[in-house]
Design a protein around this ligand. Structure first.
Ligand SMILES: NC(=O)c1ccc[n+]([C@@H]2O[C@H](COP(=O)([O-])OP(=O)(O)OC[C@H]3O[C@@H](n4cnc5c(N)ncnc54)[C@H](OP(=O)(O)O)[C@@H]3O)[C@@H](O)[C@H]2O)c1
Length: 312
């Protein structure tokens, strides 16, 4: 058994790097928050001053000095850095979505394999006991009564509401709820239903997207995703059904920092034992592939992806 990684560094200097990754690592009794690196050393210095550790001039310099990295950067920036860290032998705790295209996600998966390192993806809901207990109960019901047949999930952010910390996030504005909230919805569905094999989708107002998913073995599910819901219309819910009945995903009561601490503990345990985490970069790659397929579908001309309703 190897030693569990102790020296952690954060790649990213934005809201989530500071308030979730950094805060959780700084408070963790068994790890050392070595510091932060981003594209702007002055911002890294300001975050380190506030949260702990020191600032590094570049991600490469930080990767040199740690056993593990956690990444809170836009996904297209995250993926190549995760691959670089993994190939340098650093364990990686990535955030969702892993990447914005399948090739970049594939490279992270290859890098984790080549580097022989542990990986965990911080899909927030799956690190909350209210949710994991419910999922265990759902799995027990499916084992007793038969597999789940379908699910609906709606995930809606409200980044246009004043004070929302993600309002200025460029990649969210460009890629919409599909890529930001979609990974959360998929993380729940994928715990209960087999892998997605085919997708189709339609658009709603602003960035809203509605997706139909066909899963291996025949189950079907639906997603409704946005991150620009009007004030009072945000929030998320999911329902699953089958021979075991119909069940709603519960709210969770823990904080994102508590969940992140669990993700750190699980990464450390995987690194020490060599166990591959079910929510490693492989599962994150699967989500990227689904989202990319939806995007490809939506890029088709309306006449090719929809059937017009005849007028009287
Ligand atoms: N698991 C969850 O529930 C959860 C919640 C929130 C966020 N997240 C994830 O955490 C990650 C970061 O989120 P965020 O809200 O902090 O993102 P963000 O606001 O869009 O960006 C975070 C930081 O990335 C830096 N950045 C932006 N573009 C860059 C580029 N081209 N090259 C290098 N750095 C760049 C910015 O640094 P500057 O300050 O230098 O501009 C910014 O501070 C995302 O993947 C997001 O999905 C997950």
């Amino acid at each position: 058994m190897n030693d569990a990684p102790r020296r952690f560094g954060v790649l990213g200097t934005g809201h989530w790097a500071r308030t979730c990754h950094g805060a959780a690592l700084a408070a963790h009794p068994d790890v050392e928050l070595v510091g932060f690196a981003g594209r702007d050393p002055a911002r890294a210095a300001a975050v380190a001053e506030q949260v702990g550790g020191r600032a590094f001039a570049s991600p490469e310099e930080l990767i040199e000095q740690v056993d593990a990295v956690t990444i809170a950067l836009p996904p297209h920036v995250q993926a190549p850095l995760a691959a670089r860290a993994a190939r340098a032998g650093r364990h990686v705790l990535v955030d969702k979505p892993l990447a914005l295209d399948v090739a970049a996600a594939d490279d992270v998966v290859a890098a984790v394999r080549e580097g022989g390192v542990a990986s965990v993806t911080y899909t927030t809901y799956l690190f909350q006991p209210d949710v994991t207990r419910w999922l265990e109960r759902m799995r027990a019901l499916a084992a007793e009564h038969g597999p789940w047949e379908g699910a609906i999930a709606r995930w809606a952010g409200t980044i246009d509401v004043p004070g929302n910390p993600y309002g200025a996030s460029a990649w969210r504005r460009e890629r919409g709820g599909l890529w930001d909230t979609g990974p959360h919805a998929l993380s729940i569905l994928r715990e209960l239903l087999p892998p997605v094999e085919r997708v189709s989708a339609g658009r709603g107002v602003r960035d809203a997207v509605n997706v139909a998913l066909e899963h291996a073995g025949g189950a079907g599910s639906a997603l409704s995703l946005t991150l620009t819901a009007p004030a009072g219309a945000g929030g998320s819910f999911a329902t699953v059904w089958g021979p075991g009945g119909r069940h709603d995903l519960p709210r969770f009561h823990g904080t994102p920092q508590e969940g992140f601490t669990r993700a750190v503990d699980q990464l450390r345990e995987c690194a020490a034992t060599g166990r591959e985490h079910l929510l490693g970069v492989g599962r994150a790659r699967e989500a990227v592939a689904v989202l990319a397929a939806v995007e490809e579908h939506l890029a088709r001309p309306a006449g090719e992806r929809t059937t017009p309703v005849p007028r009287r």
